[in-house]
Ligand binder design. Structure first.
Ligand SMILES: Nc1ncnc2c1ncn2[C@@H]1O[C@H](COP(=O)(O)OP(=O)(O)O)[C@@H](O)[C@H]1O
Ligand SMILES: [Mg+2]
Length: 256
């Protein structure tokens, strides 16, 4: 009994993600080496870095789509490493993948109702209430609720992909390059919603190639290069770091 109580207290106190010494290989080729990373509830943490650095590999490993070779991942005190994708979803972990995998021949509404990876059924009344919340966040989806997902614009697809992840009421929301292919104005709109989710206490892990957008919206950031963390710090400090400015901020546009 005591143990159970201890665990409950432990979970309430530690609403955080703790990654320690995480290494991932594709066959014999190393993609991530000894990654250490932390996120608290109500915080946006971004991971920036060039194409091929290992950013998607990190998210896919945290979601359970790829196995880790070494290291530990704890979410709210629970070790995730040996858990299935469904079990991770059950603990509130959710991923919006880079490819925004939607059911293109289904409507916006049906995509939302089917949820992300989740096999958890919310029930009809709760699903409707959740969908209404998502339509409040993204009024454009409300206007297009009967439209087929395959006919949406890039920005609307991204909104739907995020909305779908939110249907499973995530506590840890991971987003793989949400700004990819979006016009600056739409990127700004999507990031504004992501920032508003932070205020609801969700822990957000944001992967971005658009370093400026990521640093503007996040609290803390990690730079990954060649599978290793080469720099980390508060986003407001990193945005003024000469290496970041010279290498990663030169070409990206401001979304402020
Ligand atoms: N399925 C795969 N099999 C083998 N190598 C892969 C696979 N997916 C990614 N890689 C390699 O792992 C490295 C990291 O890729 P990725 O995580 O997609 O980088 P990023 O998301 O930062 O662009 C790259 O060198 C890439 O070529
Ligand atoms: Mg990627």
């Amino acid at each position: 009994m005591n143990n159970l109580n201890d665990k409950t207290t432990d979970r309430t106190l530690q609403k955080n993600l703790e990654v320690k010494g995480l290494s991932v290989c594709y066959g014999l080729v190393s993609a991530l080496e000894a990654i250490n990373l932390n996120i608290q509830a109500g915080q946006i943490v971004s991971v920036i870095g060039p194409n091929g650095a290992g950013k998607s590999t990190l998210l896919n490993t945290l979601m359970g789509l790829l196995p880790a070779n070494q290291g530990t991942v704890r979410w709210c005190g629970e070790y995730l490493t040996s858990l299935s994708i469904d079990e991770r979803v059950g603990l509130g972990v959710s991923l919006v993948p880079e490819k925004r995998e939607l059911f293109t021949s289904l409507t916006v509404e049906d995509n939302l109702l089917l949820g992300g990876y989740s096999k958890i059924s919310l029930g009809r009344v709760k699903s409707q209430a959740k969908m209404d919340e998502i339509f409040c966040l993204f009024p454009r989806l409300l206007e297009r609720r009967k439209q087929l997902a395959g006919t949406l614009s890039g920005g609307e697809r991204q909104m739907l992909a995020i909305g779908r992840a939110l249907m499973s009421e995530p506590k840890l929301l991971m987003l793989d390059e949400p700004s990819l292919g979006l016009a600056p104005r739409v990127t700004k709109e999507v990031l504004k919603v992501i920032a508003s989710l932070r205020d609801t206490g969700v822990a957000i892990l944001l992967i971005e190639q658009n370093a400026r957008a990521a640093l503007q919206v996040s609290d803390y950031a990690y730079l990954i290069e060649n599978g290793r963390i080469t720099l980390e710090g508060h986003s407001s400090v990193l945005i003024n770091n000469p290496k970041i400015i010279n290498t990663y901020l030169g070409l990206s546009k401001s979304v402020a």
